[in-house]
Design a protein around this ligand. Sequence first.
Ligand code: ARG
Ligand code: MN
Ligand code: MN
Ligand code: MN
Length: 315
Amino acid sequence: NELGVVAVGFSGGQTKAGVDAGPSELIKNGLLTQLHEDLGYDIHHDGKVHNYSDVIPDPSADPDHRGMKQPRAVSAVTRALCDQVYAQAITGRCVLTLGGDHSIAIGSVAGTAKAIRERLGREIALIWIDAHADINTPEMSDSGNIHGMPVAFLTGLAKDDDESMFGWLKDEMKVSLKKLVYIGLRDVDRAEKVLLREHGVKAFSMHDIDKYGIGKVMEMALAHIGNDTPIHLSFDVDALDPQWAPSTGTPVRGGLTLREGDYIAECVHETGSLVAMDIVEVNPSLEPGLDGVGAFETVRAGCSVVRCGLGESLL
Ligand code: ARG
Ligand code: MN
Ligand code: MN
Ligand code: MN
């Protein structure tokens, strides 16, 4: 079993330092060793945590555009990441991307979508596990942080003709709004709610999880996608309750338990259709806690969710 791994130490989709250290902490905690030794994967990783310093423009040459902060940097990094993920996925490997802030999903999902179209002639489904919808268009966003916009660019709700402003994102790299499913939402901006409703996007909030339980929610989520559809699972660690994952840039109380997060990933694995997974927004420098327990717990939770998505089972 082959697994491609791309480690992306990038924080430019938001303004808090430290999320660029997410990948190295996940790896230091033993994630890749566990995937190899316990789950039996042959790991294809270049051994680097990429910072893409070679494609990132000087901040003075990267002024806001349509309200987006550091747009050229995020565009260039996600473009380079798209190529890396594509190169892994086109060989038939499942691809794991370690973030970084959630803006990097523009690159990982685009690379996966393109490779699966070429290899299998299929459109991918995108399962987005998050407290947030990350579907702001630049004009809708209050923060200007691009980690709140990746889904808008990936679905074509937001676009820009300029190559250096995500103009490189072509149709074959995009995902249908009909094949998008959210789980864990609890902090969705007002304009995002309007957009989700207008487009009839399938979304399961924490309210739905309370009401139906995570078992039924996963049944409904996977039924919406349909059997045998290649799945990209993008997991924002802030979907978990801050009790389990305090070290993240935009924590929101009332989230998933550790087991609910693992269960979601286990169910996606069970479909046999997982083609790519992201783990993002692990920021060990925030709320590190006494003796760093908070940061450690967050990293550990991230590792756990990834192992579950890639096939770890309890029995
Ligand atoms: N909706 C807010 C924004 O647009 C928060 C987004 C948080 N996104 C994330 N990937 N943690 O800025
Ligand atoms: Mn070996
Ligand atoms: Mn989030
Ligand atoms: Mn997110």
